[in-house]
Design a binder for this molecule. Structure first.
Ligand SMILES: *Cc1c(COP(=O)(O)O)cnc(C)c1O
Length: 216
């Protein structure tokens, strides 16, 4: 199937309430253009250099989402155009995003990335720290916290993935009740987006299911 067919079939399958972030890391400008011409306007990238280059070369009405681990010293390269940062997971990063957002005269929407997987290598804030973290970052006036993001364990075990999604959904519901700005739950990738949506996801990040297998 073509990129266009893949996008149409995923959009067909999900409801209008679920936002599809097309994860275009490692993909060429032409591949992204094919997706764009299939009415896909939200793209996610995990490397700063790549997202900056692609943003410069592609149409202005694309929403660019930073979905990968973000180093503080690179925030300045994306702060003038980024639509949503999914990977806010520490105070020092929040301080830097706030500082750069001020300079660009913007408020930057961010999701708090939670560590829901038991795997060692994953980034994300420990769930036990969420409440304190959320109140600590209220002082950053140029950051808008608009939801939560999580990545499930890399496993075939559906029950484990399901439990991890339930855990973040529960935290999301608590925050969403208290604050109407918290309205995005970014969970689910190519292999688990159906399960994620069942568990309450309203933002899925899909790469290989749209563009085919990545070769690095
Ligand atoms: C690469 C990536 C995805 C998409 O992965 P696929 O399995 O190709 O859909 C989603 N989220 C993050 C954070 C990623 O780095």
């Amino acid at each position: 199937m073509s990129i266009r067919d893949n996008i149409l079939s995923i959009k067909d399958e999900i409801s209008d309430e679920v936002k599809l972030v097309a994860v275009s890391k490692t993909r060429s400008i032409d591949e992204i253009k094919e997706a764009y011409n299939s009415n896909q306007k939200i793209f996610g990238e995990n490397r700063v250099q790549e997202i900056v280059e692609k943003h410069q070369l592609l149409p202005d009405d694309i929403e660019w989402h930073m979905i990968g681990h973000l180093q503080k010293n690179k925030v300045k390269y994306i702060s003038n155009f980024i639509t949503l940062i999914h990977s806010l997971d520490r105070i020092s990063l929040a301080a830097e995003i706030d500082k750069c957002a001020k300079k660009s005269n913007r408020k930057i929407d961010c999701l708090i990335q939670l560590k829901i997987s038991s795997e060692e290598t994953k980034f994300g804030l420990d769930t036990s720290l969420l409440e304190d973290f959320y109140s600590d970052i209220q002082k950053y006036e140029n950051i808008n916290i608009v939801g939560l993001m999580g990545m499930a364990s890399f496993t075939e075990n559906q029950q484990k993935i399901s439990d991890e999604f339930s855990q973040i959904k529960e935290l999301y519901d608590i925050m969403n009740l208290k604050n109407s700005k918290i309205k995005n739950l970014s969970i689910g990738m190519s292999d688990d987006y159906r399960l994620a949506i069942e568990k309450g996801s309203n933002m899925i990040r899909v790469g290989s299911k749209i563009f085919g297998k990545r070769s690095y």
